[in-house]
Design a protein around this ligand. Structure first.
Ligand code: MSP
Length: 506
């Protein structure tokens, strides 16, 4: 089957402080989607950094650097974090790159020419922390409704984007595409905003200069307008033969729920204004919380994502992030929960399955994969599993996808307990023993492939210990046919996959 090219994006991250676990979260999820999409076709995965705006300028000043120096110094921290988390993006965009700035200016110009951008007066409340404008009526006790910080009164001549013009089209688009915004509560919330009415949206700033200059002068382009465009500037919009032609509209754009409004209302309207299509889906996920609070810059140090990966292993953390809560919901973080997943699901269920299987193969058959049995019943039960895992993954039901994979893990463990290879060996029931040992190894080969998107590094280790030639298979449809493992393969049992972690008592 051929599939449409798959394009997944993360928000681009503000680099006003160090990266935190929330940044790793969205990026890991996008990585899992991209890796799964690559098992059946072309995929493109974009992440990057959002480098303009007052918040970055303030952080740089406080550190005694120019904003550009500050950004250049911080970007490697994001890249290192993503490498540590086994993330394989296709592109990393920085909004200070010429390939981005040039195109943002071109789009600004085009919209000014067609009248969707016009000069007006802006007066209103502004939250520097969130780089967001608020109507008086939206403030909570006079403070920013998102972060609770003090807002500033702004009054200036600004360029506006004619957002109000797109309201009807947005409402129609939401109605015709009930999956455009997920999950449902966010869809409903955004629809309610549309029904309330839309104001035009200020897209320039004159109070500070850390941004993309407005062509012809008069300040800089508002950071959010500049930032949203990254998803298409990175594809080379609108050059002939650019990636844009192949990958736009995006298959899925992942965002945290706090920035759903920008991505589901403003973003499609901007795209329409330049004659392009809206993304197919925007998924607004929940927050990782600590003691009930969103983990962010201020709580970031409490949960250092680098130390965490060093302690538990990146792949165990990736598994935890996807398995712990349904994607979309908030979930509270604790090291105990990570340790529980690591020791129980990964160590006991999966790690021991591999250790036991390879040890028995070693003992009874010299470590060499035997002939397959005549009875196909075991493999036949799982014929639909790869399609189910892919379907659940593309529906962003990562927890469900992993639960499906665990049906195979559990069935393999049960097969050992029920069919007792040690008794088969003693009773010299060689054919039955071979058939069982074959199924165990073939099951492990399947697990390596099915889990590779979530745990790429540990999957490679399963593959290596199984002794299969070459790199881990990518094409599920071709390779996941029960019986694909060649008899005669010499296994190479090695290190424990998930060594037990004991947390120090607190
Ligand atoms: N720069 C803007 C996005 C521009 S996109 C055109 C921004 N940056 S951010 O660094 O503040 O946050 C970006 C994303 O990080 C959030 O949307 C979310 O995906 C992720 N997370 C930040 N904190 C998080 C948690 N505590 N939990 C889960 N994800 C979180 O907003």
């Amino acid at each position: 089957m051929t599939h449409r090219p798959f394009y997944v994006t993360t928000p681009i991250y503000y680099i006003s402080g160090n990266p935190h676990i929330g940044h790793a979260y969205t990026t890991v999820v996008a990585d899992v989607l991209a890796r799964t999409a690559r098992t059946r076709g072309d995929a493109h995965f974009l992440t990057g950094t959002d480098e303009h705006g007052q918040k970055v300028a303030d952080a740089a000043r406080a550190a005694g650097k120019t904003p550009q120096e500050w950004c250049d110094e911080l970007v490697p921290r994001w890249k290192a974090l993503f490498a540590l988390y086994n993330v394989a993006y296709d592109d990393f965009i920085r909004t200070t790159e010429p390939r981005h700035e040039r195109v943002v200016q071109k789009i600004f110009d085009r919209l000014r020419e067609n009248g969707d951008v016009y000069l007006g007066k802006y007066e209103g409340w502004y939250c520097v922390q969130d780089e967001t404008f608020w109507l008086e009526s939206k403030l909570v006790d006079g403070k920013c409704p998102t972060c609770g910080r003090t807002v500033e009164w702004l009054s200036e001549d600004d360029w506006f984007f004619r957002l109000s013009k797109y309201r009807d089209r947005l409402i129609a688009y939401f109605r015709e595409n009930p999956e455009f915004v997920r999950p449902r509560p966010v869809y409903n919330e955004m629809m309610a905003l549309l029904e309330e009415g839309l104001d035009d949206f200020s897209i320039s700033r004159t109070k500070f200069d850390w941004g993309i200059p407005i062509p012809g002068g008069g300040g800089v382009i508002y950071v959010w307008f500049d930032a949203l465009l990254n998803y298409i500037t990175a594809l080379g919009w609108s050059d002939e033969d650019a990636l844009f032609k192949k990958f736009w509209p995006a298959t899925v754009q992942l965002v945290g729920k706090e920035i759903a409004r920008f991505h589901t209302i403003i973003w499609p309207a901007v795209l329409w204004a330049i004659g392009e299509e809206a993304p197919q889906q925007v998924f607004a996920h929940g927050w990782i919380t600590l003691d009930g609070q969103k983990i962010g810059k201020s709580l970031g140090n409490a949960v250092d994502p680098v130390a965490l990966a060093e302690k538990f292993g990146a792949d165990s953390l990736r598994y935890f992030l996807l398995r712990e809560a349904p994607f979309g919901s908030d979930f509270s973080y604790s090291e105990e929960k990570i340790a529980q997943r690591h020791n129980h699901d990964l160590g006991n269920d999966l790690g021991n399955l591999m250790r036991r299987s390879l040890a028995m193969l070693q003992k009874y058959r010299g470590g060499v994969v035997p002939e397959r049995g005549r009875d196909d019943a075991f493999g036949a039960r799982f014929a639909a599993l790869p399609a189910t895992v892919a379907e659940k993954t593309f529906a962003l039901d990562f927890r469900g996808a992993l639960e499906s994979v665990w049906e195979l893990v559990n069935a393999l463990n049960r097969a050992i307990d029920d069919r007792k290879p040690w008794a088969l060996y003693k009773e010299e029931r060689h054919e039955e023993l071979d058939a069982l040992l074959y199924d165990l190894c073939e099951g492990l080969r399947w697990l390596a492939m099915l889990l590779a998107p979530v745990m790429p590094e540990r999957a490679r280790e399963i593959w290596r210990q199984l002794g299969v030639e070459g790199a881990i298979g990518a094409d599920w449809e071709a390779a996941l046919v029960w019986g694909g493992l060649a008899p005669g393969t010499r296994t190479q049992p090695g290190e424990a996959l998930f060594p037990r972690i004991e947390l120090a008592p607190t």
